[in-house]
Design a protein around this ligand. Structure first.
Ligand code: NAD
Ligand code: UDP
Length: 319
């Protein structure tokens, strides 16, 4: 297949590109580098099956060559208000990537009679009132809260994707991605894993926000990519959660990082830099992914951290 990937220079987009090229597909990547990096795709330059265009997907997308699939990943994704890369600090760009970018990407899929896959997010569940979150839970999002620029853009993107499927018959997929980590995450984007792993490798105390009892579950990037590709190759049009169901508190997560790295500096609890809407519990119900796609994650947190550490050390310039 020839596959168009928006957000190809990002963390997940670049891993998906690698996997699709390895599987023998051709990839056209689009990115405007607002939160991604040329470094993530530098190794692909010169690969005749990869072409790249710097483009803002909020503007009309014209693709001359026939594409068979469109994967729309372009969007800022970090929730840390202290980071310039966070959607809090790029509110209009985030809403445009989710709304106009999704519209333009769907337009390409419709014109090319191509499959379409939307990278949605567990954030569409907001601060969930049911636990774990299954795809039929409609969510708990404040439309004027500080996270809304991301959450509501993704919710709109899901609705628009279903509208194109129902009205125009576009062959769409929606993946709801839960917290994912691995090499090529931006060390400065403020998400939990880059913050805490960087601190551990530098021998600093890990900053856990609040009392550290809020929970997440962390999926290694190779598992996520495998789930996305299975979904792309399936015939499923309704949303599918992809994430690791092993839930842990941020305190436990920080302890695991310190143990793997051998960091003796411990943990420091600091006031949550985020809004009151930091979701308190999050865990995917992956029953649909298991039954429809035959997918479940295989990489343990310990193994995933060990695979991620060399990249972080290289970026930090430590042996
Ligand atoms: P990322 O910031 O590394 O990648 C996003 C990429 O999109 C970047 O390269 C950025 O430059 C590009 N981009 C943003 N707006 C654009 C625009 N208007 N035009 C062109 N390119 C644009 O983030 P990521 O973690 O790789 O996330 C990729 C996708 O997956 C996002 O849609 C995000 O919402 C979703 N997601 C990620 C996670 C996660 O844990 N990493 C969880 C849920 C959802
Ligand atoms: N967090 C933390 N310390 C940090 C960064 C994040 O305790 O240095 C917490 C944050 O408050 C949240 C969780 O880690 O409860 C996951 O945050 P992340 O930024 O990875 O993404 P989110 O799941 O909130 O979208």
């Amino acid at each position: 297949m020839r596959i168009l990937i928006t957000g190809a220079a990002g963390f997940l987009g670049s891993h998906l590109t690698d996997r699709l090229l390895a599987d023998g597909h051709e990839v056209i990547g689009l990115d405007n580098f607002i939160t991604g990096s040329r470094d993530n795709i530098a190794h692909l330059m010169g690969n005749e099956k990869f072409t790249f265009y710097k483009h803002d997907v909020s503007n009309y997308i014209f693709v001359q060559k026939k594409v068979d699939a469109v994967l729309h990943l372009a969007s800022p994704a970090s929730p840390n208000p202290k980071s310039p890369l966070a959607y809090f600090n790029l509110p209009i760009q985030t809403m445009k990537a989710g709304a106009l970018g999704t519209h333009n990407s769907l337009g390409v899929a419709k014109a090319h009679k191509a499959r379409f896959l939307l990278a949605s997010t567990s954030e569409i569940y907001g601060d969930p009132l049911v636990h774990p979150q299954a795809e039929n839970y409609p969510g708990n999002v404040d439309p004027v809260g500080t996270r809304a620029v991301y959450d509501e853009a993704k919710r709109f993107a899901e609705s628009l994707t279903m509208a194109y499927h129902r009205q125009h018959g576009v062959d769409t997929r929606i993946v709801r991605i839960f917290n994912t980590y691995g090499p090529r995450m931006d060390l400065e984007d403020g998400r939990a894993l880059p913050n805490l792993l960087k601190q551990a490798l530098l021998g600093q105390a890990l900053t856990v926000y609040g009392d550290g009892q809020q929970t997440r579950s962390f999926c290694y990037v190779d598992d996520l990519v495998d789930g996305i590709i299975r979904l792309l190759m399936s015939n499923e049009h309704l949303p599918v959660n992809i994430g690791n169901p092993i839930e842990m508190s941020l305190f436990q997560f920080a302890q695991t990082i310190n143990k793997i790295v051998g960091n003796k500096a411990g943990i420091t609890f600091i006031p949550n830099a985020r809004s009151e809407r930091d979701p308190q519990r999050r865990q995917p119900d992956i029953t649909r992914a298991q039954t429809i796609l035959g997918w479940e994650p295989k990489v343990s947190l310990e193994e995933g951290l060990r695979k991620t550490i060399p990249y972080f050390k290289q970026k930090l310039g430590i042996a």
